[in-house]
Design a protein around this ligand. Structure first.
Ligand code: CTP
Length: 417
């Protein structure tokens, strides 16, 4: 039986999206090309879950079609020549348009070689039955579901199923994806899929750093990423990525705590917690293995510094001493330490630094110091530091207090000379 989802498309997608989809369908049909809504958005329509990421497949050159669309509707086009894809952008709407293709994997872990083909072939190259779904957008057949692998049935039964036995060999990132969807939707891996997934976990070692990181980023953007992290730990997939990565109850609890402390933790904060227990050597190795961006590497380095500072932070310290210990530390690394520390003393000082001390500045600046007669040179910097300390420790509150300190300092200098 052919299934028509025109009503779901019209009811669930925002009107601007719908207008662009209908126009795309008309333009493609006029030129004799097939055009389809594909992948996650179709899955989410069937599940009645919101989904704003629109992916289209056209049975022609997507780059040319995107330009036709932009000529008709306005908007702009970003071409990606190697993969025969384009991004069409109109106001706040971004649509990925892909040429229907067959993909051939030259060897495991490699990027596929891409050849234009039909929608049926295009769905065959995809990861799971629940993502190998398309909806026809041409006016005559608008809304017809293309479902060659019974994806709708798997969706209803709550199953993640690969399309063929080589799937995890072609692309081991699908191991991470399978578990991300399983945990997001509270589905199960179909029995044979689970067997092959467990068998091919070591294949994660063949995946390039950028693709691994991309999939980890996607996991850490989930609402409850600890579910997938713990499950990946239990099938040894995290250890396959890097032996020092652990997905256990400890990390799950820290992720939940992160959501109690900040409503929507950034992926960077989750990374910081995932990497928290690594020693210096493991952290350096992991940062280079995953080619972490500089901002994340800095968080890891700062976490090591914070761990060293922790015993000192237990002691009674002035605000300026706290500032001196934490100055320049990445706020995300400090936040991760707030979540992890078991000491009230340490937590209190980290919170004080994060919420107040790091923003403190003296009221006088270099120019005002010169006007007060401080000779330009290193003395200016030293004086500004002394003023900052005075403000941190509540020895100066107003501009007048700071001027008084400068005068007192000048008097002692004169006394010394
Ligand atoms: N895809 C795939 N294999 C991959 C990555 C992606 O087959 N390794 C296909 C899937 O059909 C997927 C589509 O490309 O539906 C788009 O990928 P992506 O945007 O990562 O996922 P979505 O399905 O949109 O899911 P999400 O809800 O996570 O955004």
């Amino acid at each position: 039986m052919t299934r028509n989802l025109a009503d779901q498309v019209s009811e669930q997608l925002p009107s601007q999206h719908l207008r662009v989809l209908r126009t795309s369908g008309q333009m493609a049909a006029k030129r004799g090309h097939g055009i389809y809504l594909v992948g996650g958005v179709v899955r989410d329509l069937l599940l009645a879950r919101p989904s704003l990421d629109i992916d289209l497949v056209v049975e022609t050159d997507a780059r040319e079609f995107a330009s036709v669309l932009a000529n008709g509707l306005g908007g702009s086009v970003l071409r990606h020549d190697r993969f025969l894809t384009s991004k069409f952008c109109l106001d706040d709407l971004d649509i990925d348009i892909v040429t229907a293709r067959r993909e051939i994997y030259p060897h495991p872990g490699a990027l596929p070689i891409v050849e234009p083909n039909t929608i049926q072939e295009d769905l065959r190259r995809r990861d799971f039955t629940i993502n190998a779904l398309a909806i026809d957008l041409r006016p005559q057949t608008f809304g017809l579901l293309v479902d060659p692998f019974n994806g709708e049935e798997d969706l209803m039964r709550g199953l993640i199923r690969i399309l063929h036995d080589e799937s995890f060999i072609d692309d081991a990132t699908r191991i991470l994806r399978a578990i991300r969807y399983e945990q997001r939707f509270d589905f199960r891996l179909e029995t044979e899929t689970e067997r092959l997934l467990l068998q091919h976990v070591p294949g994660l070692r063949t995946v390039g750093a950028d693709r691994l990181r991309h999939e980890l980023d996607l996991i850490l953007k989930e609402n409850e990423p600890e579910k997938a992290i713990v499950r990946l730990g239990s099938v040894n997939a995290l250890q396959a990525i890097h032996p020092s990565l652990v997905g256990d109850g400890w990390v799950a609890e820290r992720f939940r705590e992160a959501r109690r402390v900040t409503n929507t933790p950034s992926p960077a904060l989750y990374y910081a917690l995932l990497f928290y227990r690594l020693n210096q050597e493991e952290a350096t190795h992991l940062a280079s293995y995953l080619r972490l961006p500089r901002s994340l590497t800095r968080i890891i380095v700062d976490q090591a510094r914070l761990r060293q500072a922790a015993p000192v932070l237990e002691e009674d310290l002035s605000n300026s001493a706290i500032y001196g210990l934490l100055k320049g530390c990445s706020p995300t690394a400090v936040l991760a330490s707030i979540i992890v520390t078991e000491s009230d003393q340490v937590r209190h000082k980290l919170q004080l630094y994060l919420s107040r001390l790091r923003y403190v500045k003296p009221l006088l600046d270099g120019n005002s110091l010169q006007e007060l007669g401080v000779i330009s040179g290193p003395q200016i910097g030293e004086m500004l530091n002394a003023l900052l300390e005075a403000r941190l420790d509540s020895r100066a509150h107003t501009r007048e207090d700071e001027i008084a300190l400068v005068h007192a300092w000048q008097a002692t200098e004169k006394g010394v000379n």
